[in-house]
Design a protein around this ligand. Structure first.
Ligand SMILES: Nc1ncnc2c1ncn2[C@@H]1O[C@H](COP(=O)(O)OP(=O)(O)OP(=O)(O)O)[C@@H](O)[C@H]1O
Length: 217
């Protein structure tokens, strides 16, 4: 079964020319796929369509074996597809790092103690345990990005949707992130402008050109 199956997607923002025109992609469990394309080509738009933050004007989004049409269909998709936004300030909204990471698990109905264990685990996994009690708003750009990833990993998603995850990271943290992602079992859709990072995470790739996804490998 494909985790994701997008068929012939058209999309335009209101009053704008089309961004996507007949875009299709399939992803299977554990697969890694890089999406490249010029600035404004529609990469972030494609990720938003996958999780239902936007709806196509034509074409179908099938995720985890089911067609997804209505808002209620996308609740499960957002739980199982961990989306790390391009801008961490769109992702982080709690006063402290620990609260931000615990938010998703608590929302799923886990108890305080269990959520706290998850916070410890993902902070350790990303090597950012000292950030636990920090005020999110005061973190550096790179720290925020790692905390965004921690929030998503805390939900144990089946697939990660990563929008420019190396933005604002120094060389050491890019290296650490590369090793972490290489070691994860999840499928990954990776949007990045960094060719070296792309090659190490997702050798196979697609490129958005004129609204279509074409083979870039
Ligand atoms: N909310 C919006 N309303 C109107 N137009 C938008 C909106 N969001 C994005 N766009 C436009 O849609 C096009 C695709 O944007 P998108 O953010 O998907 O590109 P991208 O490939 O992710 O670009 P980048 O590499 O610069 O991040 C761009 O021309 C952008 O200006």
């Amino acid at each position: 079964m494909a985790l994701l199956d997008l068929q012939d997607i058209d999309f335009a923002y209101a009053g704008q020319p089309p961004v996507l025109r007949g875009a299709s992609l399939q992803m299977r469990a554990g697969e890694r796929l890089a999406i490249s394309g010029d600035n404004g080509a529609g990469k972030s738009t494609l990720l938003r369509l996958i999780v239902g933050l936007l709806r196509p004007t034509r074409g179908t989004v099938t995720a985890f074996g089911r067609p997804r049409l209505h808002e209620r269909d996308f609740h499960e998709v957002r739980r199982r597809a961990g989306y790390v936004f391009q801008d961490p300030d769109d992702q982080l909204f709690c006063p402290t790092v620990a609260e931000d990471i615990a938010f998703g698990p608590l929302n799923l109905g886990l108890g305080r103690a269990q959520a706290s264990e998850i916070v410890t685990r993902v902070l350790d996994q990303l090597g950012i345990a000292p950030l636990r009690a920090r005020i999110t708003h005061h973190l550096s750009g790179g720290e925020k990005r790692l905390v965004s990833l921690a929030c998503v990993l805390a939900m144990e998603p089946d697939i990660l949707l990563l929008d420019e995850p190396t933005n604002a990271l120094d060389t050491t943290n890019v290296e650490r992130l590369t090793e972490i992602l290489q070691g994860l079992p999840q499928a990954i859709v990776l949007v990045t402008h960094d060719p070296q990072f792309r090659t190490r995470i997702a050798p196979g790739g697609l490129r958005i050109e004129d609204g279509r996804l074409i083979d870039a490998s």
